[in-house]
Design a protein around this ligand. Structure first.
Ligand code: EPS
Length: 389
């Protein structure tokens, strides 16, 4: 059975919950590292007031004993501090004289799940939709991905990321070694390497916020040290690049995914796109360039995995867009909700974790075993085989 996870929980409910199934035994879990990743997701210029309320930490409540996985499902929770302000509206049990009717949402926001979800689930309080469709859920996905990252790290696989674009401002390309990229972007409030771009982006976000608007962007995830041959060309749902693309577009507000040079490939000739194959006794087969982002035939080729995702601007606007009240069917143009003006830097962290999970899943499919030791021996045997090829 392959690695999988589910999440549950509402943005203003008591907590987010996740269960990860299919982890091997004897993986050492670094709790502080999971919380560090959660902290990274909370940062970034353009976040709203909610992030001052939350101090996300993951509490593991199953599948780990004395700091190591047992092979049982790993259960974890992330509490919502904001819950204390919502105990009446969001109570799990019916409560006498509750004020849920007072806080009923009947004006769907364009770009949100509100209207589709209300119609589909026959819910007249759109809060039932927005509470679950909120990007708060990505905290659980980061906690899950942080565990997957620790599995990858056990085998020398590293994950990093950066912001490529916020609105009209694009970061210049860089060829930094991954460790350095991770170190520098960590210091940046917009997760870019270049200082001048950072200043432009932060000023731009401030301007967008002052104008009551929101802004999206493009983020990139890089994974290094991945063995050749994760994923497979033989069946559509085993192609790892395709699975990654699906996972990326599943992140709240993401509208697209590129692998390597992605859409640029449409403008270039074959000779400008494909990565020439090289061989040395020390390194084996490598590529002269990495335009295809580490994938050929849906399989990893040993180069860095490079994935980009595009995030649309957050649809909760201080600037009104036209919509219709579901009670009166009358048009309306204003419903101000607390929100972020730009969550692109946070989304960059989310994407790292979502992609890391898909790579970990494919890694376990290839080298699967019930314990870390069994996986290590499978991996080493395969690496020897590749070395002889
Ligand atoms: C979100 C709206 C805001 C964000 C939230 C995502 O929350 P609230 O409605 O409570 O102000 O802060 O993001 C998070 C809570 C988070 O942890 O990222 C939305 O509508 O998607």
């Amino acid at each position: 059975m392959s690695l999988r996870y589910l999440t549950a929980g509402e943005t203003h409910g008591p907590q987010l919950t996740a269960i990860i199934e299919g982890l091997p035994s004897n993986l050492t879990i670094d709790f502080e590292e999971i919380n560090f990743q959660l902290h990274r997701r909370q940062k970034g210029h353009g976040r709203g007031r909610r992030m001052q309320i939350e101090k996300d930490t993951a509490n593991i409540v199953g599948g780990v004993r004395h700091g190591r996985t047992t092979g049982a499902p790993v259960a974890l929770i992330v509490e919502n501090n904001d819950w204390k302000h919502w105990t009446s509206v969001m109570n799990i049990a019916p409560i006498e004289g509750g004020d849920e009717e007072k806080r009923r949402v009947h004006r769907p926001r364009p770009g949100h799940a509100d209207l589709n979800g209300g119609l589909k689930y026959n819910l007249k309080d759109l809060r039932n939709v927005l509470e679950r469709s909120s990007a708060r859920e990505t905290a659980a996905r980061v906690a899950v991905g942080a565990v997957a990252r620790q599995l990858l790290a056990e085998f020398g696989i590293k994950v990093g990321g950066q912001v490529i674009r916020i609105g009209e401002i694009e970061a210049p390309a860089n060829q930094l070694p991954l460790d350095e990229l991770i170190r520098i972007t960590e210091e940046s409030p917009v997760r870019v390497v270049d200082k001048e771009t950072e200043e432009k982006m932060t000023a731009y976000i401030d301007q967008i916020k002052a104008e009551g608007d929101s802004i999206g962007g493009v983020v990139e995830c890089i994974i290094e040290g991945v063995p050749i041959g994760l994923g497979s060309h033989v069946q559509w749902d085993r192609k790892l690049d395709a699975r990654i693309a699906g996972a990326v577009v599943s992140i709240n507000a993401f509208k697209g995914c590129e692998i390597g040079i992605g859409f640029e490939a449409a403008k270039l000739r074959g000779s400008q796109v494909h990565d020439e194959i090289l061989y040395t006794a020390e390194e084996g087969y490598t590529r002269a360039t990495n335009r295809l982002g580490g994938f050929e035939g849906g399989m990893t080729n040993g180069e860095q995995i490079v994935v980009r995702g595009v995030m649309k601007p957050i649809p909760t606007l201080y600037k009104p867009l036209r919509s219709v009240d579901i009670d009166t069917k009358e048009p309306f143009t204003a419903q101000v909700e607390r929100s972020d003006s730009c969550a692109v830097p946070a989304a960059s962290v989310v994407m790292e974790h979502v992609v890391a999970f898909e790579v970990a899943k494919a890694f376990l499919e290839k080298f699967g075993g019930d314990s870390i030791e069994e996986i290590r021996s499978n991996l080493n045997q395969y690496l020897e085989q590749i070395g002889r090829y």
